[in-house]
Design a protein around this ligand. Sequence first.
Ligand code: NDP
Length: 280
Amino acid sequence: MVLIDGKKVSAEIRSRLMKETAELKSKTGRAPGLATVLVGEDPASAVYVRNKNKICNEIGFQSFGQNLPAETTEAQLLDIIKELNENDKVNGILVQLPLPDHIDSEKILLSIDPKKDVDGFHPINVGKLAIGNALLTPCTPTGIIVLLDYYGIEIAGKHAVVMGRSNIVGKPVAHLLLQRHATVTICHSRTTNLEQVTRQADILIAAVGRPHFVSSDMVKEGAVVIDVGINRVDGKLTGDVDFDPVAEKAGFITPVPGGVGPMTIALLMENTLKAFKASL
Ligand code: NDP
């Protein structure tokens, strides 16, 4: 069994981005800019945003943090996004979700310039992903493909089973796998005989949000198991996969933490650099 080290791969990506950013800076006199927008005081969201800004600065990007009070109105937020859309120094805009209930998230996502949509959630970019020609694709799903490639795991012709059909993980990762010529099955809470389906997977992606949900009975001998889940159990981070028994059966497996998680932020930075280069 090979343990897939997302921390290592993510660090390598970040150092490549740092080098490329320095080169681009000396050529163009400009640095990529990422604007993070946080509304309210949700502690987990605040940690995510702080971390994104920190890594942004480490790589040499300009970070534009907007920490707004929970009472911010939808109209005020739309105005702020309009300003960021028009600001040439900003190449990527990330609105941290979830937004407070009085703000319509869909309306906000639609207001972001698709060229600056580094999360890849704007319907234009979702459509481009479905067609197969998107520049900016969602970070966590793209990070999964990068991990598979890094470890030399063949995707073409393999049966990939995706557990979960969210717009953030399940659906986009299924599209990316299809684009890479996998045969893709998507499962969800209404799938019947789930075990029978997952046992067929050469590549199994678990994005369900339930701790230890994937047992070793659900996994084929030698399968590649990618655990996207981030669940907090007794204060500890736990994936969707029952790690120890599944690891005994799997050919490759990602740990939680240290697997898919660190890739998300690296791919966010990669998207910001892509958006910057496309703007030159
Ligand atoms: P959602 O809650 O939006 O989606 C969960 C999906 O799992 C749904 O499609 C749901 O089906 C399906 N599901 C739930 N229960 C079952 C079941 N019993 N059998 C089969 N399918 C089931 O979650 P997300 O996609 O946003 O996130 C999934 C996990 O990944 C979470 O733990 C989240 O924290 C983590 N995550 C990690 C990231 C990272 O950077 N590593 C980034 C984003 C998410 P249905 O549609 O029918 O309800």
